[in-house]
Design a protein around this ligand. Sequence first.
Ligand code: NCD
Ligand code: ZN
Length: 422
Amino acid sequence: MDLIIEGRALVNGRLEQCCIGVDGGRIVAIKKDLRGAKRLDLQDRIILPGAIDPHVHLREPGSTHKEDFRTGTLSAAFGGVTCVLDMPNTVPPTTDLDRLREKRATASSKAWVDFGLIGGLGPKSDVLGMAAEAVAFKLFMGSTTQSNLVTESDDLQRLAGLVKRAGKVLSVHAEEEGMIKKDRVDDLEGHNNNRGPECELHAVRRLRELLPEAPVNVCHVTTVAALKALEGTGFTKEVTPHHMLLDERSGLAGRGKVNPPLRSPEERDAVINAFIAGQFDILASDHAPHTIDEKGQEFNSAPSGVPGVETSVPLMLNLVKKGRLDLGLLARCCAQNPGERFGLKKGRLAVGYDADLMVIDPGKVVRIKTDHLHSKCTWTPYERLEAIFPEMVFLRGDALIEEGNIVGERKGRDVVTAKLSG
Ligand code: NCD
Ligand code: ZN
């Protein structure tokens, strides 16, 4: 064994004082007592699985003035996220095998946490040609930042069938393009009106009718009506921190412009309550950094998207501390469920899983400050909100972050090709 980490760990949904034995980057034993290796005693600190954020836009290639694999994955690491799945709407988009390989080469030389690359789909995509090297696939039903669209029912069915054959998951941005209004608007209420809850509901219903057996993950569900419409399907449902903590009245102007839009305060309340009640499967940040200058343009020209990979879990940990959210539920949604859904041996403190961990001191509540964050976009919609950042983060058995400092080597790797090479 290389290392024994001792503390209060979340094992099988319960916190228990135990020793986690690590060897070759994996968890090899979890016992009340373990001996025979270097020991790290964390006393009563809480040990959680590192989070998996299955929805980030790290902007490389093409928009590296907003973010790149280095800054995006550093941001992830400081937020307790040890694995990110990167979306394909880069420039150029990741829509064929060559582009997946190019992106992998870049990411492998820069990533601080593990990553998977999501293949982008358009009506003509060669799904099976990309399948061996993509962690999952993404399809946009409604237009947003740099998106290829798939709107026709027969295309949706054919592509979903191919994704299923490939044994992968299809993440869908569910907003109905034909219902999105393109009216000139100058505030968040207007944006919400252009792409109202009905756009999402209609798209979700169509998915349900067209693809009842497909391995669909519905991205960023923003309304309880859409959530209800997904009941009884095998689809997994993502929720974002911004749709739970922010709304069209949060006073964010263009900075709060995001797709699908921030909703009404009432809807936001209902969505966070549904999350707390365990009705969502996956917490995803939809980290979509744009620079503060881009976001500060007049509303209509401001690009859509908010950053969030670094603040997602810390904001939720603060809800746990306040007694509003169950820690076990949070760990399932931010680690175990995305791990299972996307076929990774990550996201659980269990034997055989990667030793990706975050260590929490629940007493350390801080206020979020842009200056302390690591994204290149240099702003956050959560300025001054309370959060609990991990004190330590481990990636495959090695300490990466300690007390706000990088202490480890950079060793992020692609989860798909790592699996191929054993
Ligand atoms: C995303 C982006 O900027 O890449 N924007 C957003 O508003 N969420 C694209 C997307 O996921 O819709
Ligand atoms: Zn997105």
